[in-house]
Design a protein around this ligand. Structure first.
Ligand code: ATP
Ligand code: MG
Length: 273
């Protein structure tokens, strides 16, 4: 039975999408079957995988199916293999072929309306929880790339999840935002999903030469409620692969951020859900 992990932080640009793509790929490289769900109407994860959101090839199949299909059996074909990774695996025969292990449920711009739809129709949330959980037997891990908001789709993801991962940026404003996120997670744990595990934080966009970054590192490392799973160095190479539809763990596997993502994926794979 797979584990659903939501990657959350209501603050924008902290690395939720980058973390989702890299950890998912690193877990697939380890031999696990992984599904990534793009829950954000910005569709950054879908674009990072080399796709244009709402493209014809997807048909009408995308993340909204998880919310709107009434019967879980109808969502089983809502995920796709990632063509750019298939190409990469063909061109680099030494790399484990993860084509049949890493999948994406593509985002769609219409996810922007889901907040309103969920507000009006209270059947949508239980449908989403049932549908995404119905996919657990097919995957070892399902990583959900959440939007930068404490909204209803994100809360539904937390209710459906086994674990929650929080990428953070070493900046004061990001730390204040974390207090609201903590309250949301606690509310979900106390009322709707007592089994939700806070897997921990990832200090992304970290530079060891910056004094304030190290102060945040010490602060996060001392947090007993949210274990610090690791740091990821701020490096231009992380963004570079996106143009080719590749995560840094494939594009530059020997770079420092790639090794850091791979190490965090190892830590996650040791957690018993
Ligand atoms: N370690 C890193 N080094 C350099 N650039 C990075 C790193 N992590 C993320 N980025 C870049 O920072 C930008 C924001 O990252 P990302 O899209 O993953 O954040 P996000 O939290 O998902 O944003 P949003 O809240 O808008 O969904 C992207 O251009 C990404 O390529
Ligand atoms: Mg994002």
């Amino acid at each position: 039975m797979g584990a659903i992990i939501s990657v959350v932080n209501e603050k924008g640009g902290v690395g939720k999408t980058t973390t989702t793509y890299n950890l998912s790929t690193a877990l697939a490289l380890k031999g696990y079957r992984v599904l990534m769900v793009d829950l954000d109407y910005q569709c950054s994860l879908t674009v990072s995988c080399g796709y244009v959101p709402d493209m014809k090839e997807f048909g009408s199949t995308n993340t909204t199916d998880l919310f709107e299909k009434k019967d879980p059996s109808e969502v089983e074909d809502s995920f796709f293999t990632i063509d750019s990774i298939e190409e990469f695996c063909k061109m680099h025969p030494g790399t484990p072929d993860i084509t049949e292990r890493l999948f994406l449920t593509p985002g769609t711009i219409s996810m922007a309306e889901m907040e309103n739809k969920m507000f009006i129709n209270d059947k949508i949330r239980p449908q989403f929880i049932r549908n995404i959980q119905s996919l657990k037997p097919f995957f070892h891990y399902i990583l959900v790339d959440c939007p930068p908001a404490l909204n209803l789709p994100m809360t539904a993801a937390l209710i459906a999840s086994d674990g929650v991962l929080i990428p953070v940026k070493p900046e004061a404003l990001d730390f204040y935002g974390l207090l609201a996120l903590d309250r949301t997670i606690k509310t979900v744990q106390e009322n709707l999903n007592p089994d939700l595990i806070v897997l921990g934080t990832i200090l992304n966009l970290y530079r060891a030469t910056v004094k304030s970054h190290n102060e945040y590192l010490i602060k996060l490392g001392a947090d007993t409620e949210r274990p610090l799973l690791g740091t990821v160095k701020e490096t231009a190479i992380v963004t570079k692969g996106v143009e080719m539809g590749l995560p840094v763990v494939l594009n530059s596997p020997n770079s420092q951020p790639a090794k850091e993502f791979i190490s965090i994926a190892s830590t996650i794979s040791e957690i018993q859900f």
